[in-house]
Ligand binder design. Structure first.
Ligand code: TZP
Ligand code: MG
Length: 236
């Protein structure tokens, strides 16, 4: 089944705002209620990314996130933890310093989706040569407070160079890093890459952490982000 990558939400529980007075559920379920609102607002893919918790807690957060995503028919990716992705029959996203994608693919099996982070054209070429990834997360496009050990900022031009390398490959591409309603118009206008076969290679989606995770109203935040992507002008 084809996946809609248009609004890819990478969770980060540490960024969540405090629950508003209108929230009456259990405090430990605020994260899930917040996630559910983001899904209702139009998030099309979710990745659980938990950098500061142990395996047991990560598993539990991922398991409960999957219950919510399943109800919305939205695919759930696990960041880095192949073991947890396998246990929960989820998809997996790996960075450049995680287990290599071709090894992850061996344990995941052919049905799970696999995403890889890329920051350079060389990394993009390698992903294409390996041939095991379904999509790439391209970034950081802009500066961000969200990630420690941030790779070099690429800017829209760097992202476009990746899309040029991707060409008309089936591998999908989402951009990440400082993606907000303010930056989206620039990203969408500056990233389409001309193809040698004619036409342009466009981004398949926008990936965000703080633009949704830090929102007190994740429903409205997701609705706005998705509308900006869907309303983009595509070059022919
Ligand atoms: N990878 C590259 S930048 C980034 C990740 C996980 C964090 C993006 O966070 P934000 O808040 O959307 O800028
Ligand atoms: Mg990683």
């Amino acid at each position: 089944p084809r996946v809609d990558y248009s609004l890819y939400y990478v969770t980060g529980r540490s960024l969540l705002p405090p629950a508003p007075a209108s929230y009456t559920g259990p405090p430990d379920e605020w994260y899930l209620a917040h996630l559910e609102q983001a899904l209702a607002g139009g998030v099309t893919v979710v990745q659980v990314r938990e950098k500061d918790v142990d395996g047991g807690e990560f598993y539990e957060v991922a398991r409960r996130s999957k219950e919510v995503c399943d109800r919305y028919n939205v695919p759930l990716f696990i960041n880095d933890r192949l073991d947890i992705a396998c246990l929960l029959e989820c998809h997996l996203h790996v960075g450049q310093s995680d287990l290599p994608a071709r090894l992850a693919r061996q344990l995941l099996g052919p049905d799970a989706l696999l995403g890889v982070s890329v920051n350079t054209v060389d990394e993009m070429r390698e992903v294409l040569e390996e041939g095991v990834a379904d999509y790439v997360g391209v970034g950081p496009c802009f500066g961000t407070q969200t990630k420690k050990n941030l790779n070099p900022i690429m800017g829209p031009r760097g992202v476009r160079a990746i899309l040029e390398t991707l060409g008309d490959s089936e591998v999908k591409a989402v951009v990440i890093g400082g993606i907000t309603p303010t930056t989206i118009p620039n990203v969408l206008a500056q990233t389409p890459a001309p193809l040698t076969s004619g036409g342009y290679r466009h981004l398949d989606g926008l990936a965000v952490v703080s633009s949704i995770a830090a929102a007190t109203d994740p429903f409205t935040a997701a609705t706005e982000l998705r509308a900006l992507f869907l309303g983009r002008k595509m070059l022919p």
